[in-house]
Each structure stands twice: as structure tokens, then as C-alpha cells.
Design a protein around this ligand. Structure first.
Ligand code: 2AM
Ligand code: CA
Ligand code: CA
Ligand code: CA
Length: 259
């Protein structure tokens, strides 16, 4: 199996899933909560995951799926090829704003990213990476990160994390601006594309980060958890993804990753 063919197939399924999502948006969407009031799921999230399960069974029966809406339960390791799927990343945005949500896929081979896809469905922005081939946005090659000074940086995180870790106040004070989009995969893609300079979260799952991590790997982005440790892509964890030229500066002013 050729990595370019695999990428083309995955992209075609993402477009099919996006058409399904947009059709459902014209009808009615069933919204449920999972663990708490900000943990939403809809029948559309589940429908997209079912679409990928079906496609994989037909086309690549030896590949495994780790999706947010249930298929993750059978995945205990990342041996062989594993598709790590967030069928809709940014479900709160999907339900409330009908925009700013993404389909995110990281196709991993023996625990390492092979292909990354993050698709902003309503904006029609497609971020794709193939290992060793770099990353693209709508077909245009993403450039390696330009050097950035902290006082010219835009950093993204959910404002609620300030309540959990007051050290983020130092980040807010030292950067040009902060943003909060509520869609981790897209925020990581924006860091990969240099539209944002860093993204921080204290609670994400493998499917939130796998697609974005594949993109970031291909442009030389720096990515750890907020303790400065490597991500495993098997457990829930925090995330600190950054243009490598400001990662250390954020650590220096705030102390995150220390202790
Ligand atoms: P989701 O929309 O797929 O659930 C919101 O800031 C970001 O964090 C989204 O990418 C969201 O993914 C993710 N997230 C992870 N765990 C979450 C949770 N328990 N509740 C809400 N969002 C969560
Ligand atoms: Ca969710
Ligand atoms: Ca998600
Ligand atoms: Ca999701």
C-alpha cells in the first residue's frame, strides 16, 4: 500500500463525510450530553464514525479505527496501521455556531504519524500531511515556521484553563494576543500553518490531537504535554504545541512544563 494512494483515499472519504454532515445540517440534529454539560455528541458525530468504520472494513480490513464515538474501545496499542479519528472536532461549535468544526484523522503506522488530515467543513480548508513530504493547506505547501518573538505571538487556549493553571496569566501578559476557538484539531493545524504560534490544552484525547500532530511533525512544530513529556496517542493528556522558536520563551515566562 502506497502512502499517496492511502492519503487520496482518506481525503475522498473526508469529503464524503463532509457532504453527509452538510446534508444532516439541513435536517434535524439530535444532541445528547455525555460526561457533563460541555461534553456533547450528536447523531452526526456517530454517523461520520460509522461511515469510516464501514469504508475501512471494505477497503482496508487490516487497518484499525480508534474513533471518539465508541470504536476507540477496542484499541489498546498502536501496532500496524491505526486510523485515529475525531468524526467532528468542535462539537459545541457544530451545535451552537454551525461552523468552526473539523473532521480530524491521523493515520498512524506502528505508533508514528504517517498521514494527517484536518478538514474545516464549512470553510472548506483542507490541511494534509504525508510523512516525509511536508504538509499542505488547500494544496499549497506549508513553510517551515518563521522565527517569532513572544510579544508578536498569538496563543490559543480555552479561557477556562486559566482557572486551572494561573501560570497561563503570564502567557496572556507577554503575548500579542490570545484566542479561543474550541476546536483542538484546527488550532493545531493553525499552529502548523503559522496562523497561530501556540496552542495549549489541559485535557485532550488521542483523536483530538492525532491529525494535528501529524501536520505539526511535518513542519517541525514542537509538541509535548504541559509537563514537557512526549505524547503517547493512547491516553488522554494535556497538550502544548508551538512554533519551536517560542516554545522555550513560553516556558520561561510562565513556568509551564516545570514541576
Ligand atoms: P470535541 O468537540 O470533539 O469534543 C474544545 O476546547 C476542544 O477540546 C475540542 O477539540 C473538543 O473536542 C475537545 N475536548 C476534549 N475533551 C473534551 C470534553 N470532555 N468536553 C469538551 N471538549 C472536549
Ligand atoms: Ca467530544
Ligand atoms: Ca475532539
Ligand atoms: Ca469529537
Amino acid at each position: 500500500m502506497n502512502k499517496f494512494e492511502l492519503k487520496d483515499t482518506a481525503v475522498s472519504w473526508v469529503y464524503e463525510a463532509a457532504t453527509f454532515i452538510k446534508d444532516k445540517m439541513k435536517q434535524s440534529i439530535e444532541v445528547d450530553t455525555k460526561s457533563n454539560k460541555d461534553d456533547l455528541v450528536t447523531d452526526v458525530d456517530e454517523g461520520v464514525e460509522a461511515l469510516f468504520l464501514e469504508k475501512l472494513k471494505e477497503t482496508y480490513p487490516e487497518h484499525r479505527l480508534m474513533g471518539e464515538e465508541g470504536s476507540f474501545e477496542s484499541i489498546k496499542d498502536l501496532d500496524g496501521i491505526v486510523w485515529i479519528l475525531d468524526p467532528i472536532d468542535g462539537t459545541i461549535n457544530f451545535v451552537h455556531m454551525e461552523s468552526f468544526f473539523a473532521i480530524s484523522i491521523g493515520i498512524f503506522k506502528d505508533g508514528k504519524p504517517l498521514i494527517g488530515i484536518v478538514y474545516d467543513v464549512m470553510k472548506d480548508d483542507l490541511f494534509v500531511s504525508v510523512k516525509g513530504e511536508g504538509a499542505t493547506l488547500n494544496g499549497d505547501q506549508l513553510l517551515p515556521h518563521a522565527d517569532r518573538k513572544l510579544d508578536e505571538a498569538i496563543v490559543s487556549f480555552n479561557t477556562g484553563w486559566l482557572l486551572k493553571d494561573r501560570r497561563l496569566e503570564e502567557v496572556v501578559k507577554h503575548v500579542r494576543g490570545t484566542r479561543s476557538y474550541g476546536v483542538a484539531a484546527l488550532e493545531m493545524a493553525y499552529v502548523a500553518a503559522g496562523k497561530l504560534d501556540a496552542y495549549i490544552s489541559y485535557h485532550l484525547a488521542p483523536w483530538d490531537v492525532a491529525g494535528g500532530a501529524a501536520l505539526l511533525d511535518e513542519v517541525g512544530g514542537k509538541m509535548t504535554n504541559v509537563k514537557g513529556e512526549k505524547l503517547t496517542f493512547l491516553e488522554k493528556d494535556s497538550l502544548f504545541a508551538a512554533n519551536p522558536s517560542i516554545y522555550d520563551a513560553i516556558v520561561d515566562v510562565s513556568g509551564i512544563t516545570k514541576d
